[in-house]
Design a protein around this ligand. Structure first.
Ligand code: HSE
Length: 322
């Protein structure tokens, strides 16, 4: 059996989840890939943090170049989060001839064309299924099984934190601040939840969806974006009276004249719409294709193991194509 070696950038929550996915399902992953798969080097400063996984200390490196210059490493998985240094390191990896897998929507959305070009120029693959919808397979089906479509509309609940908050406000009639605090205590919302509650995370994901589905890249800073911080329980009550729910929606639509409209903002959704059934921290992407019709991808949009599942799925696809 051939051996595939991986360099992992970042052993935080998602890095640890990905490591666990490989350890837990090694047999399934290696059978599907047709190769033995090892994470041989890990870029991480915080070696001693308790993680509930057994990582041999000699695998840790402090300089990413040790990974990029290693001729035995075939794939780099980037799970650092944040735009920089993640984007520069991904570009370095691609330019060093490594295939790259990432879950990092912020770095990817801000540098989509640059990273795709680096992959093309160096004859390697950049895969990022986990960057939108966490564990939900959405980008791969949109760009393979559904490729025969002209897509006309996207309506996405692509941020788990804000869906959790709005859902709990709706079901329990609680005010925003109280639910945010509860979400932080339960670990759904970050200590600094700005990117989630201001809609920035959803805009990053919409940028990636539009680039793939409409072949139209828009930098996330150029997507009109409004978060959920102003939503009151009275707004939610008023929507309910009309049979509606308030959801944070990443929306894009191709108009008849070809113009593309896009924005992220809290929208009223009729309760009986498939998106109305998306509760708690779950995500869903509802799309309209001109030949397939309407369909919705639904599932766990965040979390270490669901995200690790999508990351390792990308690794398997790369190994199969190698
Ligand atoms: N903070 C994100 C969310 C994580 O709440 O959905 C997954 O991208």
């Amino acid at each position: 059996m051939k051996q595939i070696n991986i360099g992992l950038l970042g052993l935080g929550n998602i890095g640890t989840g990905t490591y666990k996915v490989l350890e837990t399902n090694r047999r399934e992953i290696e059978e599907a890939a047709g190769a033995s798969v090892q994470i041989t080097k890990i870029l991480e400063k915080d070696i001693d943090r308790p993680r509930d996984i057994d990582v041999p200390r000699e695998r840790f490196v402090s300089d990413a170049e040790e990974i990029f210059s290693d001729p035995d490493i075939h794939i780099v998985i980037e799970l650092l989060g944040g735009v920089e240094p993640a984007a520069t390191l991904m570009e370095r990896a691609l330019c060093s001839g490594k295939h790259v897998v990432t879950a990092n929507k912020a770095a990817l959305a801000a540098n989509f064309d640059r990273l795709m070009k680096a992959a093309k120029d160096h004859g390697v693959t950049l895969r990022f299924e986990a960057s939108v919808g966490g564990g939900i397979p959405v980008l791969t089906p949109l760009t393979s099984c559904l490729r025969a479509n002209k897509f006309t509309r996207i309506l996405g609940i692509v941020n788990g934190t804000t869906n959790y908050i709005l859902d709990k406000m709706t079901l329990e009639g609680l005010p925003y601040e109280e639910v945010l605090k509860d979400a932080q205590e339960k670990g759904f919302a970050e200590a600094d939840p700005t990117a989630d509650v201001e809609g920035i995370d959803a805009a990053n994901k919409l940028s990636i969806l539009m680039a793939l589905m409409f072949n139209h890249y828009v930098h996330p800073d150029d997507i009109p974006t409004k978060g959920i911080t102003d939503i009151t329980k009275e707004d939610i009550e008023a929507a309910k009276k009309d049979g509606n729910l308030i959801k944070l929606i990443a929306y894009a639509e191709v108009m008849e004249d070809g113009e593309i409209k896009y924005e992220v903002r809290p929208m009223r959704i009729i309760e009986t719409h498939p998106l109305g059934g998306v509760h708690r921290e779950y995500n869903a992407v509802f799309v309209e294709g001109n030949v397939v019709g309407n369909l919705m991808f639904y599932g766990p949009g965040a979390g270490p193991l669901p995200t690790g599942s999508a990351v390792m799925g990308d690794v398997i696809e790369i190994v199969k194509a190698m």
